[in-house]
Design a protein around this ligand. Structure first.
Ligand code: ARG
Length: 242
């Protein structure tokens, strides 16, 4: 009880000091230039940012399965090489999609109609081939919401989180599959609109933003597709799209 009051009083102090906006930022994030995370792409639906995606090669991207459920691929486009949502960089249409239909495997592979021009702000990221260690630091980025049910970001944001032990994460959610991986840090998380985007540790793609309870809630880590585990599926999906 005392602690709750102490918390209320200190938040009131923060609000009056005008520092709340610092505090709310994508659940703890900072603005990023696309050249810091050149593998980050935006998946647009009817010209509006909808999800994140990750550059695997000049013609293949990876995203979350729940981001590409529409049958009509014409609604989609992929934007790369820009720090701003819905403007700048290169905009490319989608030629084909392969979705993983198992529900814990929230992953899909996209083939583009035309090749990306690679450069300092448009670059593929290698996939992890083994699970990152518990506690390893990992960077997640995106144009998603800056708090649960809050407004979307006007520029790219990045935040550093830590890989959470699977049993600890399972205890929070009841069950976490081998194909999933959890990451969290106090007051930091990915959020709605970041789905399909990259979780990168040690220069490798270790996760794809998938789901979670709220955003940055204590005891509820963000849930990501575990890239190292799902790699055989990714390799096959890419082959079948080429
Ligand atoms: N499902 C969300 C999306 O479509 C991503 C949620 C991530 N949540 C989290 N707490 N990390 O954008």
């Amino acid at each position: 009880m005392f602690l709750q009051w102490a918390f209320l009083i200190s938040s009131a102090t923060l609000i009056s000091a005008g520092s709340l906006s610092n505090w709310e930022r994508i659940v703890g994030g900072q603005p990023a230039n696309i050249s810091e995370v050149p593998w980050q792409a935006s998946l647009e639906v009817d010209g509006e940012h909808d999800c994140g995606a990750v550059i695997f090669s000049d013609q293949i991207l990876i995203t979350a399965a729940h981001c590409v459920r529409r049958r009509n691929l014409k609604v989609y486009s992929v934007r790369v090489g820009s720090s701003k949502p819905n403007q700048g960089g290169q905009l490319v249409k989608i030629a084909g999609v392969m979705r993983n239909e198992r529900n814990t495997n929230d992953i899909a592979v996209i083939r583009l109609k035309t090749k990306l021009q690679l450069g300092d702000s448009v670059r593929p990221i290698p996939l992890a081939d083994k699970d990152p260690a518990d506690g390893a630091s990992a960077l997640v980025s995106g144009w998603g919401r800056i708090k649960y049910q809050g407004s979307v970001a006007k520029t790219l944001l990045k935040v550093t989180v830590n890989i959470v032990n699977r049993r600890v994460c399972s205890a929070s959610y009841g069950y976490i599959a081998r194909d999933q991986i959890c990451a969290a840090a106090p007051g930091k998380d990915s959020c709605q609109g970041d789905s399909g985007g990259p979780l990168v540790s040690d220069g490798k793609l270790v996760g794809i933003v998938s789901t979670g309870n709220g955003c940055a809630l204590p005891h509820f880590p963000g849930i990501y597709v575990n890239v190292a585990r799902i790699r055989p599926w990714i390799d096959n999906a890419i082959k079948s799209l080429m």
